[in-house]
Design a protein around this ligand. Structure first.
Ligand code: SF4
Ligand code: SF4
Length: 294
């Protein structure tokens, strides 16, 4: 990455439903038309608030599946002997749901009767919103977000930023610590972890912090609905201090967040509640922290 590349802010959480999207949508409204990127494709709900208008929608293939040409097949059975996933039946037909796309059958078939063909996993999309351009994804039913799709969405966001001269990409990351999150961490300048004061939130936070440490990414933290359990909030604050995370804010519980969602608005546009004011204060701190990242 060179100094002219746009900066990347990644908002993540240990699990879904911690209020991550509420914060990203508010940041989108507070930012000055920066590029947005929704990498939480399994639970993509940023569009419910940002109402993107699709500009391009490209097919995305996350893997391949073996396809047999019956005209070439001689029923020798060699492919079945070698398939470790039991994806080829006694009639040497390939079950595309069991096929893991390893390509061994294509390699061993003496008749070249098998080819590996891409499977449609979803779509990689570029849209415009009233808050700026957005890169996001959509999955075909039954498919899960893959690291590849997240990488594709991030590359798209990077290209949009480059073409439009924007200096920041705000990324709504996948929850957890799996492959999609790891893909979303690449080239990130600042990570903001959104957590809630529950015991599971505390252990999720430890796992996410470990991941950020591993990739040497500066971690910041926001405690959402902090007043629902002040004891656990205190423990999270202690953990943040021990792990060198910067606490950027504590958002109180308020039903106005749900009301804003029902009205398909970010909470900072919907109200001037304490929640909205706290998110505005967090955004100011995020901007300052981004300035300090070289
Ligand atoms: S190895 Fe090739 S020719 Fe033999 S059964 Fe499989 S597909 Fe048919
Ligand atoms: S690609 Fe691999 S998993 Fe799929 S049918 Fe061939 S050998 Fe089996």
């Amino acid at each position: 990455m060179n100094s002219e590349d746009p900066k990347q802010l990644l908002v993540i959480s240990g699990k879904g439903g911690t209020g991550k999207t509420t914060i990203v949508a508010s940041f989108a409204a507070l930012a000055d038309g920066e590029v947005l990127s929704d990498c939480d494709v399994d639970a993509a709900d940023l569009h419910l608030i940002l109402h993107p208008e699709v500009k391009t929608r490209e097919e995305f293939s996350g893997g391949k599946v073996a396809v047999k040409d019956d005209n070439l097949c001689t029923d020798c059975g060699i492919c079945r002997e070698h398939c470790r996933y039991d994806a080829i039946d006694e009639n040497f037909e390939i079950d595309s749901f069991s096929c893991e796309g390893c390509g061994v059958c294509e390699y061993v078939c003496p008749e070249d009767a098998i080819t590996m063909e891409p499977v449609l996993s979803g779509y990689s999309i570029e849209s415009s919103t009233e808050y700026g351009n957005m890169a996001h994804g959509e999955l075909v039913a039954g498919e899960e977000t893959s690291g590849k799709l997240v990488t594709d969405i991030k590359q798209k966001a990077g290209k949009i930023a480059e073409d439009t001269g924007k200096e920041l990409i705000i990324i709504d990351g996948s929850p957890g610590i799996g492959c999609p999150v790891i893909a979303s961490l690449s080239n990130v300048d600042l990570a903001l972890i959104v957590t809630e004061p529950t015991l599971s939130g505390l252990s999720d936070l430890r796992r996410v912090t470990g991941l950020l440490d591993h990739f040497e990414i500066q971690g910041n933290i926001v405690i959402n609905k902090y007043d629902l359990n002040l004891e656990v909030t205190g423990k999270i604050e202690e953990l943040a201090e021990e792990d060198g995370l910067t606490l950027l804010g504590k958002i109180p519980y308020d039903s106005v967040v749900t009301e804003a969602m029902v009205h398909e608005k970010s909470v900072v546009e919907y109200s001037s509640s304490p929640v909205a004011r706290e998110i505005e204060s967090i955004w100011k701190k995020v901007k300052r922290a981004l300035k300090d990242v070289s």
